[in-house]
Unconditional design. Structure first.
Length: 147
């Protein structure tokens, strides 16, 4: 019984330490960047999008510039931005910048990369975590009438 108690205490200690380390990692990002590298000081377009805008979908990629799966998403984001110009707005949030904690909390990010798809009213209609192939991204975009 004593051995089980000790193992339980050790396990809880490790889990607590792991949780503390995980939550204390600098996951800040708020400065939105589009794939052309231009910085915008605005937040994700929850209420900024109106029905009169031509943009049908806002594709929000939440990741990091130094994350390997996030880097693999960059060409997909660029291709989507070019192919669906005027219909899809692509926004990139880098979680490793100094201003990011607010947006991470806003989107309830658990892992990176995470793709969040907002409809023309700025409401989330789809989400994916991890690398997302272009064909699947396009399929999600077409759910909102993107052609």
């Amino acid at each position: 019984m004593k051995l089980r108690s000790k193992l339980f205490i050790i396990t809880i200690s490790f889990l607590t330490a792991f949780a503390f380390i995980s939550f204390s990692v600098d996951c800040r990002y708020a400065e939105a960047q589009n794939t052309s590298g231009k910085s915008t000081k605005t937040k994700a377009p929850d209420k900024a999008m109106t029905k009169t805008d031509a943009v049908l979908v806002t594709f929000v990629e939440i990741g990091a510039a130094k994350c390997i799966p996030c880097k693999a998403m960059q060409p997909i984001m660029k291709a989507v931005e070019e192919e669906y110009k005027g219909q899809v707005k692509v926004v990139f949030h880098d979680v490793w910048t100094s201003k990011g904690r607010d947006d991470a909390e806003k989107y309830s990010i658990r892992i990176i990369p995470t793709q969040v798809f907002l409809d023309k009213d700025g409401k989330e209609y789809s989400r994916h975590e991890g690398y997302f192939p272009k064909e699947d991204v396009v399929r999600v975009l077409k759910m909102q009438g993107v052609k």
